[in-house]
Design a protein around this ligand. Structure first.
Ligand code: ATP
Length: 236
C-alpha cells in the first residue's frame, strides 16, 4: 500500500477548477517530483494535501487513513510537514526560535533537542546563525531554515514547494544535496519544482501537471530523457 494516495482530486477557487481530478501516489522512502509550468496546479495540490485548501471531490489517504478533510494542524501531527513556497520563515524570530516553532506539536523535550542537533548537523550554517533574526538571513539560508523547521516536526513525509526558487546555482545544488540526505535519512519526499531538470535528477518517480491534469508520469530518469519533457520543461 502506498504511504500517500491521492484519487481523483478536484479543487476549485470559486468557479475556477484548478485541479481537474488528479491521482497519484507516494510510497514510503520515495522521492517524488511534481513538475509543471506556472499555474499548472502544483501549489494547489500541496495546499490541499496539507489541509490549507479543501477538495471538492476525490480523496487523500495517508497511511491508510482518509485525511481529505483533516485540518492543517492535525496533518502535521500525522507526520506530514510542509515547506512552503517562498520559505515564509518568521522574520522577527531568531533561527533557533523558528526551529523550535517547527516542533510545536511535540512534547518530549529530549526528543526535540535530539531533532535540533540533527538539524544543526545537516545545516551547520543554521547553528552558526542560531541567534540571528530569520529575516536577515540570505534567501538560501531562509530556505534551509524552512526545511529545518519542517524537519523539527520529525515528519514521515515532507512536502516541499519550489525549494530552488530564486536561489543562485550554488545554493540550488546545496539544497538538492540536502534533499537527498533528508531522503537517505528515511524521510519520504514529495517535491514540487519548476526546475524540472534538478528535480528529475534526484527523484525516483515524477508526475507532470498541466493545467490541472496529470499528463505524464513515470520513472524520473526516463522522463529526463523523454523528448516531450525535454522540449517543454528542460529547455532542450
Ligand atoms: P507556480 O509554479 O506559478 O506557483 P502552480 O503550478 O503552483 O504555479 P497554482 O498556484 O497551484 O499553480 O495555481 C493553479 C491555478 O489556480 C492557476 O491558474 C492560478 O491562477 C489559480 N489560483 C491559485 N490560487 C488562486 C486563488 N487564491 N484564487 C483564484 N485562483 C487561484
Amino acid at each position: 500500500m502506498a504511504m500517500l494516495e491521492v484519487k481523483n482530486l478536484e479543487v476549485y477557487y470559486g468557479v475556477i477548477k484548478a485541479l481537474k481530478g488528479i491521482s497519484f501516489e507516494v510510497s514510503q522512502g520515495e522521492v517524488i517530483a511534481l513538475i509543471g509550468a506556472n499555474g499548472a496546479g502544483k501549489t494547489t495540490t500541496l495546499h490541499t494535501l496539507t489541509g490549507l485548501l479543501q477538495a471538492k471531490a476525490g480523496s487523500i489517504t495517508f497511511e491508510g487513513k482518509d485525511i481529505t478533510k483533516t485540518p492543517a494542524h492535525n496533518i502535521v501531527k500525522l507526520g506530514i510537514a510542509h515547506v512552503p513556497e517562498g520559505r515564509r520563515v518568521f522574520s522577527n524570530l531568531t533561527v533557533y526560535q523558528n526551529l523550535r516553532m517547527g516542533a510545536y506539536t511535540r512534547q518530549d523535550k529530549g526528543e526535540i533537542e535530539q531533532s535540533l542537533q540533527t538539524v544543526y548537523q545537516r545545516f551547520p550554517r543554521l547553528e552558526e546563525r542560531k541567534n540571528q533574526l530569520a529575516g536577515t538571513l540570505s534567501g538560501g539560508e531562509q530556505q534551509m531554515l524552512a526545511m529545518g523547521r519542517a524537519l523539527m516536526s520529525h515528519p514521515k513525509l515532507i512536502v516541499m514547494d519550489e525549494p530552488s526558487m530564486g536561489l543562485s546555482p550554488i545554493f540550488v545544488n546545496e539544497i538538492f544535496d540536502i534533499i537527498e540526505k533528508v531522503s537517505a535519512g528515511g524521510t519520504t519526499v514529495l517535491l514540487v519544482e519548476q526546475n524540472a531538470k534538478k528535480a528529475l535528477s534526484i527523484a525516483d518517480r515524477a508526475y507532470v501537471l498541466e493545467t490541472g491534469n496529470i499528463v505524464l508520469s513515470g520513472d524520473a530518469k526516463k522522463l529526463l530523457n523523454d523528448d516531450s519533457i525535454k522540449k517543454a520543461y528542460l529547455g532542450e
